[in-house]
Design a protein around this ligand. Structure first.
Ligand SMILES: [Zn+2]
Ligand SMILES: [Zn+2]
Length: 222
């Protein structure tokens, strides 16, 4: 008798657990997902899981956005130049086309040397590049590895800077500590910047995010 009662208890527990794990998707959760400025992280081999996890945590702490880390993939060969570097604009196009990240932001994390055309130089080596505004950016720690003891902090600042561009923040010259300063190809900027946005950029970001929510709400009500 006690065994039967126990069996019934276990069956009841399993049914409860099963029911809890298969909650129907409500309209509310659907809306939240649509409004959220989710950021996908696409690590390119051989970027480590640890690096992706650190980037995820830092982005979430800074912007409060939901973060999704995608499985690591090989870097896109079509971005490979004859000099062995990778074209950041081509990487951005490839990332933008990823079906899973459509409508969201996506950060490519690389450890290869990346470049863009700048200052009359076809392959100008960079730390990162992001569309402004846009849905894709790419960051590499290749050129930041020379700053022993600072590599991780600098890379995180570049990541937050490029995602800032994706949100629509342009370069800032209001405060040299602001993360949205233009590096202008110098390392001095990296040392001056803090993991911080000046009041001007903070307000601008708040306006942009409020406007994004308003647009999505308007589109949903139409
Ligand atoms: Zn920039
Ligand atoms: Zn600023």
């Amino acid at each position: 008798m006690r065994a039967t009662t126990f069996l019934l208890f276990i069956v009841g527990l399993l049914i409860t657990l099963f029911a809890c794990r298969h909650k129907p998707v409500t309209q509310t959760t659907h809306l939240k997902k649509e409004w959220a400025d989710t950021i996908f992280i696409q690590p390119f081999y051989p970027v480590t899981d640890v690096f992706a996890q650190i980037a995820s945590r830092e982005l979430h702490d800074f912007y409060g956005s939901p973060i999704v880390i995608l499985p690591t993939i090989k870097i896109y060969e079509k971005a490979h130049s004859a000099t062995g570097r990778y074209s950041a604009p081509i990487l951005l196009n490839c990332l933008s086309d990823l079906p899973r990240a459509k409508g969201y932001k996506i950060l490519g994390l690389a450890s290869f040397d990346i470049f863009t055309e700048s200052r009359g130089v076809k392959e100008w080596g960079i730390f990162g590049l992001g569309n402004c505004p846009g849905n894709a950016c790419v960051v590499s720690d290749f050129r930041l590895k020379q700053f022993k003891g600072k590599t991780e902090a600098f890379t995180i600042n570049v990541i937050i800077h490029e995602i800032g561009h994706n949100f629509g923040l342009p370069h800032c010259d209001k405060d040299e500590k602001c993360l949205m300063n233009d590096a202008k190809g110098t390392i001095a900027t990296l040392y001056k910047e803090q993991k911080w946005l000046c009041p001007y950029c903070t307000n601008k970001l708040a306006v942009i995010r409020a406007e994004t929510i308003r647009e999505k709400l308007t589109a949903w009500l139409d």
